[in-house]
Each structure stands twice: as structure tokens, then as C-alpha cells.
Write a protein that binds this ligand. Sequence first.
Ligand code: FES
Length: 159
Amino acid sequence: MNGKLEQMTPELKAFILEWKPKPGNLIMVLHRVQQTYGYIPREIAIETAELLEVPLAKIYGVVTFYNFFKLQKAGKYIVQVCLGTACYLRGGDDLLKEFESQLGVGLNATTADGLFSVEAVRCLGCCGLAPVCVVNGNVHGKLEKKDVAGIIEQYRKQG
Ligand code: FES
């Protein structure tokens, strides 16, 4: 689903070895992994566990505890649905469910073709347009559930 296996870069390996003896190293290292690949690839998690000499389960414990870490590569188009107060009160939650159901993915997951991922975010600063979603920086405002299919289609056509 995520395409090719990622290779650990020499820079990342050096960073991990540098942090190995330091306290709190796991979080620092995982941040660097995500910075390098955009998510935590399984093969890199395995190599990281070996380098740090910690159980793989410990790495996944941390990764799944913090929402910040992603287990899947983000889609080409990142659909961010606002669940801030103004948007939530105007149906942001329904909008989010509609995107999930039309794309066939859950929250923070990526479609099998790698085109879309869906995220929930807090106030995007354009509450006057609530409910709002942003796709790769493009704001779509005053949305209704019936608009969702059109938005998906618009980006799908761009491939
Ligand atoms: S609450 Fe959604 S943009 Fe402010």
C-alpha cells in the first residue's frame, strides 16, 4: 500500500546512534524518522529497534500513543476537515464521516491508490466559511455533505 520499502538513510542512522545513549532518545528518534519519510515506515521501525536495542513493541507503543506519528504515508491530496467549534456546530463531523465513507478510509488513513488521506484538524482560521475543509492548502468553505463527491472528483481528475 505504501509502495517500495524505504531504506534507512546514512544521516538517520548516524542520528540514531548519536542519540542511543541519551535519555528520551526514542521520541527524538521517531520524530526524525517521521521528518525523513513523512511517516514511520515499518521496515525503518524494525531497523530502529535493532539499532537502539529496544523491543519493536515499545516503538509501536510510542507511535500509537501520540497522534502526531503517522503509520502510513500521506496521500497526494491531504483532506483536512475542520472540527473546530464553529465548523463542528455546522456539521463538520458529518462532513468528515462523508469523506471517510466516500473515500473508503478511516481517519488518518490513506486510500489504496495513494491519492487521498483524511485528517481532522482544529480551527483553520476561516470560521466565517464554516464548515470548512482544506485540501493541500486550498480552502473549501460553507460545505454540505452533497459537496463532498464533487471535491473528491475535482482532485481525482488532476490525478
Ligand atoms: S472552526 Fe473551522 S475554521 Fe474556525
